[in-house]
Ligand binder design. Sequence first.
Ligand code: PEP
Ligand code: MG
Length: 589
Amino acid sequence: MPENPGARQELLVQGIAASQGIAFGQVFLYLQNDVELPDYVVEPEKRKDEVARFEQALLQTRQQISKIQGQVEKNLGPDEARIFDAHLMVLEDQALIGETVRDFEATHHNIETCFNRISARYIKAFDEIDDEYLRERASDIRDVAQRMLRNLLGQAARNLSQLAEKRIIFARDITPSDSAGIDRSQALGMVTDSGSKTSHAVIVARSMKIPAVVGVRDLTQRVNDGDWVIVDGYDGVVIINPSESTLFRYGQIRRAKETLQARLMEANRQPAVTLDGVNVRLMANIEKVDEVALVKEYSAEGVGLFRTEYLYLNEEKMPTEEAQFEAYRAIAAGIAPNPVVIRTLDLGGDKPMAASAHLFGKEENPFMGFRAIRFCLEHTDIFKDQLRAILRASSHGRVQVMYPMISGSEELAKANAVLEECKTELRGRGEKFDEQLAVGAMIEIPSAAMTADILANHCSFFSVGTNDLIQYLLAIDRVNDRIAHLYEPSHPAVIRTLRALIDVSHARNIPVSVCGEMAGDPVFAPLLLGLGIDALSMTPPLIPAVRYLVRAMTMADAVALANEALTLTSPKEIYAKCDAFYRARIKVD
Ligand code: PEP
Ligand code: MG
């Protein structure tokens, strides 16, 4: 507790509620990408010290990297640790070091400025070389240079996986790879200037049960490291320096919410059956192998979406077939006899893999760009490693494979052809796999929804990625906080598209589930079920609230709600109907 939290002026900021819960704690400002460099001329009498300062920073950086290398070797093995040899070599590069010192001797500008200038020149030169190996040297130098500059400036590198004490993370933006590295036990909450409800960092926060508020614009410029704050992930409010009375009020809110959560968890042991006896299938979305435990804790009927790209995001290189097989096998075996839908790589969009940036290049519109299946069909070596690993895992549980970002039947047929090649290779290697492995397509591009009847000839199930489907249907960038209010799941276009998709699919015996964030929102779940969706897949902590609602409603009422929604014209009106349906049955708040 702060000694006197109300001593400074209380500031309340409204953002977007992104992950439920209330957190109270101190700010940890995570402004990783900005090393602000001072530029000044060093006085003649201090010039000797300036070179010594540079040498000291080289030494310190070398020690830090060796330490990380040791940890990586212990945790992951010598091959992975060898990556850091390249970083250490940068620090021994006499050309880079010598040129920096010569630049200093010529200009007498502070050593950070000189080092930054010279290293930037090297980075640019390597970046422009048409050779993959040499281009990777650019990212080695970039990494090491950032670390050197931080050491020279006496700034500790901030790392979300090593929060020293329980803190609330404040950042301009958090990338999925940042979020994948967050230390769950120490992160109390998350607040970002940008982002929206369906940005991937937020999805990860939700699965970690970390309260989060996004889209608070310039708040990182207005808070200080160590400020006391309340994060209200229910209403999207952030309160800096809360007064005693605010703290008291939030204490009460938090207790009431905890009681509700306990009630929901209690009911979560019951089957998801509506009052008129319809079984509803609730499944889990996961990003990491260790989330198998969550799937069980929240009694999900299997995994409806495993986002495999999280195995890649923080890696220095693409994971091997063997490493992937181990991960998929562990999940398949852990979830059996329930099914696991393994989605093939969906890199790109807001999920860049830093180490493979050169394979993607710089794009103006990454969400419309070289993403997911488009990338995999061009890099079939990477795709095949993954498909073989998935196929092999299929003999250890009930595995299904699903392709992301399918836009038409040719793409789907091409992906299936690569899958067949992998099967032939595995047969040649004498490896076992499920010959009947079910193949599904994500429906998240309008063209796929419109041609579901054609896609149905090439796969046996569909899963609707509403996060993307809505962004493409409504032309609303899903991570842009400026237009987040226009991102409306209750838009008639969304509901009509789902209805048409479900009708076409069911006529062909193709089940349709939803695995976008809409599925885990108890306000929208009845609408989706009423439209005829066969299963809902969501971040595990969202299951209790949806299950509670399913058990408090009849499917007949949900169907009536969907039919009524189809007659309405405004998203707000449709939302109000769904909200009223929810409130009448949940009897809380
Ligand atoms: C979606 O688009 O709804 C989806 C589930 O995929 P992702 O959020 O990973 O893009
Ligand atoms: Mg998607």
